[in-house]
Design a protein around this ligand. Structure first.
Ligand code: SF4
Length: 201
């Protein structure tokens, strides 16, 4: 089956550049199905090379697109060098805003601070806060790094805010009103907007 590197949802074109992720979120779409939007299949037989991503971009009809989003069936920062190269390639050709949807664990993945280079490569960073405290976050996200992942994610968000105006947290409404309220308080305390998304399966 053909694997979609690019797929569209409304006016956004999503870039699926890796299937790798150091987490195993209980709600992850990776656990619930193999398609989203117009994409037919997002599982790669092998991780796409830069050349394959460039080719997919060249062949794609971006007509009507307003924003491109690094997202997909994995954590985009697992393919950080490709992400930066693809962003440069897009900026040289198209005027679209570039957003990164991330679990915010890039610093742990790469064992160094990555906020500055990531913020140079995209126009918006949307970080999955998921839960308002380390314990419940760890239970839901099940990161390979254990409980230290929560603080690392928060630090990454604060670091991003130093380099980029458009940084936001997201939670999904299924976590319940109490957790949404606590998430809002946490986001407010860090000066980062929170977007509460409706859960769709
Ligand atoms: S961080 Fe994203 S890709 Fe990774 S397991 Fe969680 S929802 Fe899935």
């Amino acid at each position: 089956m053909m694997t979609d590197i690019l797929y569209r949802y409304k006016n956004q074109v999503y870039f699926n550049i890796t299937n790798k992720c150091p987490c195993s979120c209980t709600f992850c779409i990776r656990n619930t199905g193999d398609s989203v939007g117009e994409a037919s299949n997002l599982w790669f037989e092998h991780e796409p090379s830069l050349e394959e991503i460039f080719k997919a971009i060249e062949e794609y009809d971006f007509n009507g697109c307003t924003e491109v989003v690094f997202c997909g069936y994995g954590e985009p920062t697992m393919a950080l060098e490709n992400l930066k190269a693809v962003s440069e390639y897009m900026r040289a050709r198209y005027p679209y805003k570039i957003r990164l949807n991330t679990n915010g664990l890039s610093d742990l993945i790469h064992k160094r601070s990555t906020a500055e280079e990531i913020c140079a490569a995209v126009d918006c960073v949307s970080i999955s806060l998921n839960m308002p405290d380390a314990k419940s976050y760890t239970e839901v996200v099940r990161p390979a790094y254990g409980e230290k992942a929560f603080d690392a994610m928060l630090k990454f968000a604060v670091d991003c805010k130093k380099h980029l105006e458009d940084v936001r947290f997201t939670v999904v409404d299924v976590i319940g009103e109490e957790n949404v309220r606590k998430s809002q308080e946490l986001a407010d305390s860090l000066g980062i907007p929170l977007r509460v998304r409706a859960y769709s399966k």
